[in-house]
Design a protein around this ligand. Structure first.
Ligand code: C5P
Length: 225
């Protein structure tokens, strides 16, 4: 309805891992479930935003009211994000693979008892968050990234905010013992230009609602509260 706080606001969310092919049957990937990004997309839609969710491979159903574009690779994710511009808010929650295989095999790589294992030459993937954060007329008003760290979470995340050029960073501790990566809960620190807030461990849905509340305050302040 027009009374919802994010009515008329266009939002772009990335979520999930990417799969980077080695050959037609094998790929490089990571443990991201997509849950945090899907929860954010759903929470934005519930507040009236027009949401495009660009998702790597996940098992999750699309949240109600969200336009879902499924992709596999980082390069496809970047292209789908560019196609979703212009937008007002971009949230990059995807765990994009840092590297892809330079020349994936067009046929299944054969194993042979005599030959050594194949070497993989990796090349860097495009940084979608840094790309969306670049100054210019198409830059969203608010660009939010995630920082999945295992050490010095806050310092690394604050440095990442500056390096990527985004407005806010949501930092989380993905050490294996936290069970956060791939799990249902998250414990985050929100880092902005003016400070940081630690949020105690809670569900990814609650983190999503908290973040969307912050977004409402930032871009639709008349609806704050
Ligand atoms: O550099 P790092 O992977 O730690 O940065 C994490 C943040 O950057 C996340 O918001 C992630 O979605 C985004 N990212 C991206 N494209 C990449 C790598 C990371 O959008 N190639």
């Amino acid at each position: 309805a027009t009374s919802l706080p994010l009515h008329g606001v266009r939002a772009l969310v990335t979520a999930g891992p990417t799969h980077e092919p080695i050959d037609p049957v094998r790929y490089l990937a990571n443990r991201s479930s997509g849950r945090q990004g899907y929860a954010i997309a759903g929470a934005l839609a519930a507040m009236g935003a027009q949401v495009t969710l660009v998702s790597g491979p996940t098992d999750l159903p699309p949240p109600p009211g969200v336009t879902l574009h499924r992709v596999e690779t980082a390069e496809e994710m970047l292209a789908a994000c560019e196609a979703a511009l212009p937008c007002d808010v971009a949230i990059c929650a995807a765990a994009v693979a840092d590297w892809r295989v330079a020349r994936p095999g067009t046929r299944k790589i054969k194993k042979s008892p005599d030959a050594p294992p194949p070497g993989l030459t990796l090349v860097p993937n495009p940084d979608i968050l840094a790309h969306l954060s670049r100054p210019g007329p198409a830059r969203p008003r608010l660009v939010i990234g995630f920082a999945a760290e295992t050490d010095d979470v806050r310092d690394n995340a604050a440095a990442k905010r500056l390096r990527k050029g985004c407005d806010w960073i949501v930092a989380n501790d993905v050490r294996a013992e936290t069970g956060i990566m791939g799990g249902h809960e998250n414990e985050v620190t929100l880092i902005t230009a003016t400070g940081m807030e630690h949020w105690p461990r809670t569900s990814k849905d609650a983190v999503a609602r908290g973040l969307v509340h912050k977004i409402v305050t930032e871009i639709a302040p008349s609806h704050h509260g």
